[in-house]
Design a protein around this ligand. Structure first.
Ligand code: TEU
Length: 532
């Protein structure tokens, strides 16, 4: 029975934002060799699946999410051989590696786009989405880019607009063109043949658009006037260019290729409603797991957290990937208040995610409760286009590995992003590894505990336990997980039988038998095991 489970079932994922993970050549940017050197660290922490953000040749307008060659490694990060070494050594340590596939758009410097602009009659023109101007000469419709401004840019020599749901330097590929589908079939095979274990698929809900190119409805009562570009996107219901009904067809096709290699497809399906994720999985025939981003939006409120997590599992069973944080959104510790309080709550929240069916994903730095770096720079294209009012730089600051070395052990050079004015010795991984009471030790203990409690990985669906609204608690077979988001201690009544607290975010691993109920401190969580 156990042998027939897919390898990702019960696994813990970890997102490596390569630029900021570990530099080894002193250029201030993380690299493949840096990942390789840290593999033993990651294996020891207890993660099973590494997702490496885009490392392919790219002019870097969106820091790698603008790919100019889908079959190579950017020299900034190393070579294909370096990647092979990472994959081989990760496998030796029992870990799997997901690459980051960016199929929605390429770079404007990709040879396909160069050919599409150079020769409007040629075969590559239709690899992208071209439309004639509106009668007034403006963009063909009212679609706006995620990063603000129109989703269309005029290519003057040919008099047509091309579509880009992100930057003008990220032209959208035309997934209605069978040739584009064939290209990506081959790209998938190229990486699977090299030993990559699967993909995290960028903006996986976004690949197709309405072929009549109808305007998106504007949300009621909103005024665009005076808005910064970055919030324009939120003023529309993107019914004609996101989450289109035929998108999962693409993943059904990829699923058949992945099956030949026993590979995994995880989708960045950025739709918050749990119901809308179901068809992306299609009973295991399409994606293996979509990220459930509602996890990143729940505020520190027991009712809201329970509702979000409960809905996710009730509707999607064990198929979801649960992000604690990501390179696009604030660190969990930041979202829950920052500093020590934020870190404590982030660990309590992670404890819940660790108990749910599906795949919890940590983002680098989460293991030490890192909050966003306080930085005064504009590297992220969102920050550049919005006068720094919004942006993702603070969550992408380099990992502070060690207090003793210059560059916090991340680099011997000048880091591409500053660490942030709020980083000191206590926010480094090495310092926390030296302190048995640290967040790092508790996180590691939690990850290792999950391997011992089979019901947390493979058990039945959660049964939500009744209690005060501040409490989020569930039973899964022989395990109970409970968290208190309130301001005073709370009791949770346990199912029948005897129970032992085996993990407490206040103390790490423990062995404390309890009677019929367990008391949880504010901002903390516990895991219990049924002992008879
Ligand atoms: O993100 C897509 C995406 O949906 C985000 O831009 C999201 O809308 C935003 O961050 C709101 O929090 C992916 C990548 O993760 C991101 O880094 C890229 O910039 C983007 O695609 C374009 O490739």
């Amino acid at each position: 029975m156990a042998d027939r489970r897919p390898w990702w079932q019960g696994a813990v994922g970890y997102e490596i934002y390569i630029r900021s993970f570990q530099d080894t050549d002193g250029d201030g940017v993380g690299d493949m060799e840096g990942i390789r050197r840290r593999l033993p660290y990651l294996a020891d922490l207890g993660v099973n699946i590494l997702w490496i953000t885009p490392c392919f040749p790219s002019p870097g307008f969106d820091h790698g999410y603008d790919v100019s060659d889908y079959r190579d490694i950017d020299p900034l990060f190393g070579t294909l051989d370096d990647l092979d070494r990472v994959v081989a050594e990760a496998h030796d340590l029992g870990m799997k590696v997901l690459a980051d596939l960016v199929p929605n758009h390429s770079s404007h410097e990709h040879p396909w786009f160069r050919a599409a602009t150079a020769d409007p009659e040629g075969p590559y023109r239709d690899y992208y989405v071209w439309r004639d101007p509106a009668p007034d000469g403006g963009p063909p419709n009212n679609w706006v880019s995620h990063f603000g401004g129109p989703a269309w840019t005029l290519h003057e020599p040919t008099g047509q607009y091309y579509m880009h749901l992100f930057l003008p330097e990220q032209p959208d590929l035309n997934w209605h063109n069978e040739k584009v589908r064939e290209e990506f079939d081959e790209i998938l095979r190229f990486w699977f043949e090299r030993g990559i274990d699967g993909f995290r698929i960028d903006v996986a809900h976004s690949l197709l658009e309405d072929q009549e190119f109808r305007d998106n409805p504007k949300r009621e009562g909103d005024a665009l006037h005076g808005e910064i570009p970055g919030t324009q996107f939120d003023h529309f219901d993107h019914v004609h260019n996101l989450d289109q009904p035929e998108v999962p067809d693409i993943y059904r096709r990829w699923n058949r290729i992945a099956a030949e290699y026993d590979a995994m497809l995880v989708g960045e399906v950025y739709v918050l409603e749990a119901e809308r994720l179901v068809r992306y999985v299609d009973g295991g025939r399409a994606l293996h797991s979509p990220f459930y981003f509602a996890t990143l939006k729940a505020r520190w409120d027991g009712r809201e957290i329970r509702e979000t997590l409960g809905k996710g599992t009730a509707i999607n069973g064990d198929t979801l990937s649960w992000p604690l944080s990501s390179h696009d959104d604030p660190h969990a510790a930041e979202r829950f208040g920052g500093g020590e309080v934020g870190a404590r709550r982030a660990l309590a929240y992670l404890t819940l995610l660790m108990g749910l069916p599906g795949l919890p994903f940590l983002y680098q730095g989460d293991e030490i409760g890192l909050d966003n770096g306080r930085v005064d720079v504009k590297e992220d294209p969102i920050a550049v286009r919005n006068e720094g009012a919004v942006g993702r730089d603070g969550v992408r600051t380099p990992v502070p590995w060690s207090p003793d070395e210059p560059g916090f052990g991340f680099t011997t050079g000048e880091p591409w992003l500053p660490f942030g004015s709020n980083r000191d010795a206590s926010t480094t991984i090495a310092a926390q590894m030296d302190d048995p009471t640290s967040q790092w030790h508790r996180t590691r203990a939690l990850l290792h505990l999950r391997r011992e409690l089979d019901d947390l990985r493979f058990g039945p669906m959660p049964i939500w336990l009744e209690g005060h609204a501040d409490v989020v608690a569930f039973a899964r077979g022989d395990a109970v997980v409970a968290m208190n988001a309130g301001k005073v201690p709370r009791e949770v009544a346990l199912p029948a039988g005897s129970w032992t607290v085996v993990f407490d975010t206040r103390e790490g691993r423990t062995d404390r038998p309890v009677d019929t109920e367990v008391t949880i401190a504010p901002d903390h969580a516990v895991v219990l095991r049924h002992t008879g």
